[in-house]
Write a protein that binds this ligand. Structure first.
Ligand code: ZN
Length: 301
């Protein structure tokens, strides 16, 4: 789970207190991967730079309500994705390339594609919500995170890939089956098994919570997807991506990261990887300077 690290918490605190040095650090650190993400959505360079600049502005504006549940990177990605949805006027903005080939893929913004609309991080996803719902959601998030960690620790990458495709990629059983050389029934069984585990874990934490929503094959998955995207539960850490680039990961991990990036096609991690690859190249100062200029008002009170 990509939650806020100690260092990020410190950086955020410094920014809240008005440190423009801390802000500069944050902009330097994240602008490359954000730009790569925007560009991956076939947004031209000028628009992509505008979106990244707006993302940083929005980040500053929303800092007072930032709940520190996700990493800064994930939070910034969410704001940016929302901006891209706005720019593309409701066109589906998928987070995994594997979703793109789905037969019911349409860009009209209607029907089943609605569930792919990016959550608005400043309205519903991150802002403070109803306390009881928060509580239930937190339990579900925790349970999901535990489940993913358990799968990683036991190196059960087959099942991790499957539930990743189910909940992160929102693929259907029949689309997943050929990708892992299993039949549809096996996928259904695996899904059933992990949902049962998930319910058990949540029930251990909370009483009287109606989890019927995650038992069916449709609506529920979008809640799990929302949480998955919000927390980027299965995304490898940046250091792991670095290891992948340098070919230093253990073979099972290498295979899994390769799947996540190339088959599932997680766009967040792809953007990260691209940024890592271009780290040695000169940083695009022009964009950084623009962002710093447009946000200077926040630090000159
Ligand atoms: Zn990822």
């Amino acid at each position: 789970m990509n939650d806020l690290t100690q260092a990020e918490r410190y950086l955020t605190e410094q920014i809240r207190q008005g440190s423009s040095d801390a802000w500069q650090q944050l902009v330097d650190r994240y602008q490359g991967r954000l730009l790569a993400f925007a560009r991956s959505r076939a947004v031209n360079r000028t628009d992509a730079e505008d979106l990244v600049q707006e993302t940083f502005l929005q980040f500053l504006k929303s800092l007072p309500t930032f709940r520190e549940e996700a990493s800064l990177e994930t939070w910034l990605f969410m704001i940016l994705r929302r901006r891209i949805v706005d720019l593309l006027r409701g066109k589906r903005v998928t987070v995994c390339t594997l979703q793109d080939g789905r037969p019911d893929d349409d860009s009209s913004g209607s029907g089943s594609s609605m569930q792919f609309a990016a959550p608005d991080p400043t309205a519903s996803t991150y802002a403070r919500r109803d306390e009881r719902l928060d509580h239930e959601r937190a339990a579900l998030t925790q349970a999901l995170a535990e489940l993913v960690n358990a799968l990683k620790e036991s190196q059960d990458f087959r099942d991790l890939k499957i539930i990743e495709m189910l909940f992160f990629g929102q693929l259907r059983n029949k689309d997943i089956a050929p990708l892992v050389q299993l039949d549809e029934k096996n996928i259904a069984l695996i899904k059933h098994r992990w949902l049962k585990q998930l319910r058990q874990r949540v029930a251990d934490r909370l009483k009287n919570v109606d989890l019927s929503a995650i038992e069916t094959d449709g609506a529920a998955d979008s809640l799990l997807t929302e949480i998955w995207e919000e927390q980027r539960l299965s995304c490898p850490k940046r250091s792991t991506l670095g290891g992948y680039l340098l070919n230093t990961l253990d073979p099972p991990w290498h295979d899994y990261v390769d799947f996540h990036i190339n088959q599932l096609g997680c766009r967040f991690c792809r953007a990260n990887l691209e940024d890592l690859k271009s780290q040695s190249a000169a940083a695009p100062r022009v964009l950084v300077d623009r962002i710093m200029q447009s946000t200077v008002g926040f630090f000159r009170k």
